[in-house]
Design a protein around this ligand. Structure first.
Ligand code: 3HC
Length: 284
């Protein structure tokens, strides 16, 4: 495979596009409008610059990766691609629309339609297409260039060939470690991670400890690379809540319920790092 499409160039889409380009693939990134596309391009460039400055890649490799990335707002440009990864917002209606459009656009009936969804059932996305055997979950972790894991999730209708291709892309092409996860909300990692993050928010909301002390507790007490509230800021408060809602809708278990503070912060536009304010401030 020489080329691949990525739909959506937010936090996850930009990271996915970067690692695909760095692995030697030609990448077409499609966004809904020019503003979102420009922001996405800036994200990828900033990350490549950071990787270069940290000595993770050579100047030549960063330039090569940059030259492999093409950006467009025209969905139709994906029509001849053999593999597309959807990484738009964690919103069911938006994702269903993308899968429906992909199904209409992509000419090759063998083309693979992967989703980076954190929590929406792959079967639901597959049902928006006429080729459910080619639809698979390919869930990356943030920040994508740094995190080694990819969850590969087939639905009940995904073919063996599609699963094999998804594993091969993750491991052989990208050098990531794939794990097989079931098609249930939260897959493996978020089903464990989200209740932990929500517990930290509840603890903060109840005034048990400061944000800093909660995070210091988990970084120094449990050797986590960052504390739970800093991690919610990194993931995005809106994304965290969206994943929590999917988990709650599926299992109806109280530890998946969105804490009121999380809902209020989202309503106030405090989405974490990407908005400049979350549990911490990121404004210069
Ligand atoms: N390419 C390659 N390497 C890069 C890079 C890039 N574009 N950007 C940064 N790096 C490297 C840095 O050089 C550094 O390497 P080093 O450890 O060898 O010095 C390392 O990555 C860390 O980068 P920084 O020092 O710049 O630290 P940051 O503060 O920016 O980031 C962190 C640190 C990687 C985010 C770390 O705190 C961490 O691992 N946190 C946990 C992240 C996590 O749990 N992610 C999962 C979220 S859940 C998810 O995504 C699922 C979703 O569905 C909700």
């Amino acid at each position: 495979m020489e080329r691949i499409g990525v739909i959506g160039c937010g936090l996850m889409g930009s990271g996915i596009a970067e690692v695909l380009a760095r692995s030697g693939l030609d990448v077409l990134v499609v966004e809904r409008d020019q503003g979102a596309l420009d922001l996405g391009r800036q994200r990828v460039n900033a990350s490549l610059t950071k990787a270069r400055a940290a000595g993770k890649i050579s100047v030549e490799d960063a330039e090569d990766a940059g030259s492999r990335l093409r950006f467009s707002t025209d969905f139709a440009e994906l029509s001849e691609f053999p593999f597309v990864i959807e990484a738009v917002a964690e919103d069911l209606a938006v994702k269903l629309d993308v899968f429906h459009r992909l199904d209409e656009t992509m000419v090759d009936r063998g083309a693979i339609l992967a989703s980076n969804t954190s929590s929406i059932p792959i079967a639901t996305l597959a049902a928006a297409t006429t080729r459910p055997e080619n639809v698979v979950g390919l869930h990356f972790f943030n920040p994508v260039p740094v995190m080694k894991l990819v969850e590969v999730t087939p639905s009940l209708l995904t073919s063996e060939a599609t699963v094999t291709a998804a594993h091969a892309l993750a491991s052989e092409q990208l050098g990531k470690t794939p794990i097989s996860s079931p098609d249930r909300a939260g897959f493996v990692v978020n089903a464990l991670l989200i209740p932990y993050l929500l517990s930290a928010i509840r603890m903060f909301e109840a005034g048990v400890a400061t944000a800093q002390d909660i995070d210091t507790g988990m970084t120094l007490g449990c050797a986590h690379p960052m504390g739970p509230l800093a991690l919610v800021d990194l993931i995005g408060l809106d994304t965290t809540a969206a994943v929590a809602e999917s988990l709650y809708a599926e299992f109806r278990e109280i530890h998946f319920a969105t804490p009121p503070l999380l809902a209020r912060m989202i309503a106030a536009g405090q989405l974490g790092r990407k908005s400049g304010q979350g549990f911490y401030s990121y404004r210069q």
